[in-house]
Write a protein of this length. Structure first.
Length: 481
């Protein structure tokens, strides 16, 4: 089992290479099934690590048996396991959803994206973290391109800002290496306090570079401009991965770096709290005025990432619990919302919210799923979004930040306005002719299984929140022992 971390990363990379070759042959119709096999095996390996990780263990792997800081070292702990679990589930469902619509090299890119995400959360080396982050980013830039002509512009915008972010991050990594002489995170945790006493300005510069980089990648205000373009124009499964997984990479790196390496040197709780508040307010206000369905969901993601940052910025154990639980819940909820939106657009050919009114060709299940996802993201009990929002609000009240708690509640109401506007249009009464009935059944049944899985998860973790909190317990313990 100690070899599982490297297998989870390497297996998708190997299959990606094989699928890229297979796509050039007459057997390219099997590329999706091979990708599904690869992701399925990797996800099962991740699940097998669960009992040991949730029991408080950490699983380490040194590539080639070279010890740190000489070799490439991977470590699975509570935080990296939580993220890997999210990645595995969303990539698995996205591959299943894509089987009917995509072929060939698309699946290679998805596997490279998956390997890069797992590499980022498993590595204990700062430079390899950059390498894996760049690997997943390059895949994401290409995957954003869809048959819509505007998607190429969105991809280029994402490429430009993403490259700027990773360049800033690499510059920070270079400065750290010049100061400490190592990339190993465990060694850096010992060296940075010493460097802080002699060269605090250098540490502050590195922190600033990392913050700007992570802000761009997480879609925070004012560095959000790629998010609505890429999320709204990408193919539906890629929108699910961008919102549910890729945005979370920046949050993970922030927690890993600033709440472990830099935690005792630079206190950032106040900055993160207000940055999260501004992003929550800004994302909510812009989602309110959107006419495009997927674009509204993209701005909602900015709003929700802001809420996750608020929980972190409160600087308490309860706030961190709420934040990590909302990170997990948001992946389930926003995944179901993007899948629902994709099926609605596929069945109607329309993206504008007002054009959905009285449109009788939308199948019932995507409409129902969108309704349930909307209620969950708003924070209506007994769905999972209510639990995590309640924990963050309670943490704000216990910390004495009543204004923060009030703003969370207010923007929950704002979310209700823009989501229920869509729901009202979707459930408007309309008569269906026979042609429309035939068209409404054209969505492959396998796509409904993806939607049903995420919808069921939202309900289960809302009715049984103790199970979700059990998943994040070890992740919280890393920051608040």
């Amino acid at each position: 089992m100690s070899n599982f971390p490297i297998l989870i990363v390497a297996l998708p990379l190997c299959f990606a290479f094989f699928i890229s070759l297979l796509s050039l042959t007459k057997l390219n119709r099997f590329c999706g099934h091979l990708a599904l096999l690869s992701v399925g095996v990797s996800f099962v390996l991740t699940l097998c690590l669960g009992p040991r990780i949730l029991a408080g263990e950490k699983i380490a792997y040194s590539l080639g048996n070279w010890p740190a800081p000489l070799g490439i070292n991977l470590l699975v702990d509570g935080l990296s396991y939580l993220l890997s679990l999210i990645f595995g589930l969303l990539v698995l469902l996205s591959v299943i959803y894509s089987l009917e619509d995509h072929k060939g090299k698309y699946f290679s890119l998805v596997l490279i994206l998956y390997a890069g995400m797992n590499g980022v959360v498993f590595t204990r080396d700062l430079f390899n973290l950059y390498v894996f982050w760049e690997i997943l980013s390059i895949s994401a830039y290409i995957l954003v391109v869809s048959p819509q002509p505007a998607s190429l512009r969105a991809s280029l915008l994402y490429l430009f800002l993403g490259s700027l972010a990773t360049a800033l991050f690499l510059l920070g990594v270079g400065i750290i290496y010049a100061l400490a002489g190592t990339f190993d995170m465990d060694a850096l945790a010992r060296e940075i306090p010493v460097i802080w006493r002699t060269q605090p300005l250098a540490i502050l510069l590195v922190g600033a570079l990392f913050l700007v980089s992570l802000g761009i990648k997480s879609g925070l205000f004012p560095m959000y401009v790629w998010v609505p373009e890429a999320h709204s124009l990408a193919p539906t499964p890629i929108s699910v991965l961008l919102s549910g997984a890729v945005l979370k990479i920046g949050i993970y790196i922030f927690i890993r770096l600033f709440l472990t390496l830099f935690r005792t040197e630079v206190s950032l709780e106040g900055l993160i709290l207000y940055w999260g508040l501004i992003s929550m307010v800004f994302g909510g206000c812009l989602a309110l005025v959107q006419e495009d369905l997927k674009r509204m969901l993209a701005y909602s993601s900015i709003n929700q990432v802001g809420l996750i940052l608020i929980g972190i910025g409160l600087g308490t154990k309860l706030g961190m619990e709420g934040s990590l639980y909302h990170l997990f819940n948001h992946a389930l909820i926003k995944g179901s919302l993007f899948f629902s939106a994709g099926m609605i657009i596929e069945s109607t050919g329309k993206r504008r919210i007002r054009e959905l009114k009285g449109n009788g060709i939308v199948p019932f299940f995507p409409r129902f799923s969108f309704l349930m996802g909307a209620l969950a993201i708003i924070g209506v009990p007994p769905l999972n979004g209510f639990i995590s929002k309640w924990l963050i609000c309670r943490a704000a009240v216990e910390r004495g930040n009543l204004i923060v708690a009030a703003l969370i509640l207010i923007f929950g109401i704002v979310a209700a306005v823009y989501y229920l506007k869509v729901v009202q249009n979707l459930f408007s009464v309309a008569k269906m002719c026979q042609t429309e009935k035939r068209q409404s059944s054209s969505i492959p049944w396998i796509k409904y299984t993806c939607l049903g899985t995420l919808l069921g998860g939202s309900l289960v973790f809302g009715l049984l929140p103790s199970q979700g909190l059990y998943l994040i317990r070890e992740a919280v313990a890393l920051i608040f022992p």
